[in-house]
Design a protein around this ligand. Sequence first.
Ligand SMILES: [Zn+2]
Length: 322
Amino acid sequence: MVSKKKFMTSLATSAALASVGFATVGQVVPQFGSNVQEAQAATSAINDYINANNIQPVSIQYRTGTFNKYFGYENGVGKPEGVVIHETATPGASAEDEVSYFSWSWPTTQTYVHAFVDDKEILNIHSADYGVWGAGPTANNKYIQVELCRVSTKDQFARSVANQAYYTAYRLVQYGLPFTPGKTVVSHNDVSRMYGETTHTDPVGYFAAWGYSMIQFYNLVGKYYNQLTSGSNTNGGSENTNNNNNNNNSGTPAKGVIKVNAPNRYAVPLYQLGNDGKMTIITNRALANNTPWQTDQIKVVDGTTYRRVATNEWVQQSYVIG
Ligand SMILES: [Zn+2]
């Protein structure tokens, strides 16, 4: 949510739910195949519902908003660094309602965002090439910002988060940004913790009311990100190499979905295979604990078994838990 007086009564409630922390590790996006639905079913009833009912996001509608403060991001016009996920904390207000409200209220409330989504519409009301006023000065100079409207049924919630996740993925792809949960996609709660300029914790509490979490939302963003990029990914042809090895000692097939967890670590380390046949650790990225990944190859290097989760990114078999 953004700072406006009519929402103040809800702040105490959402603050009480602020204790949930999310790993801000770089998370690779694997080349998801048809098994992605199985992986998500294991982690989220809402994502499972979206898949089972074949819920598709709606198209983005571009409206001319009233916000006339055009300022570039810290890296320049047309150079956002990611997307902030908000929710409005206003039951009963649709995306259309919020757009109407913000169209006249922003000079007074000093707040504005790029887009509102609900279960039926994605309404973009300010060019994402420019910043908005949604989450404090530091975040406003970095991020595109999208608000999720509150709805009242599970079906509506599923459709609304599908729309918000799609909008997020679309913007990442549009601006050539990687999908890195906690970095290029952050909650307002993350922003409050990172920069200390706001105290809002959305959308964590509202998500939780539906049994949903940012981690599960990330899975949904990843799904759309992959769908949007798969058609233009010229590297895709190199995925199906012929060196799958099912004679491994893991007891599991080479291809499928694996869940990884490193109980004593902040995240599951990733390795890359060098031309010399050696594995080296990737220092700037890792997989979030307890997350599912598509895998298609197994390789044993120096006595250690690795599973491939991206073009040249591997996890140790010892961190595979299912
Ligand atoms: Zn917010």
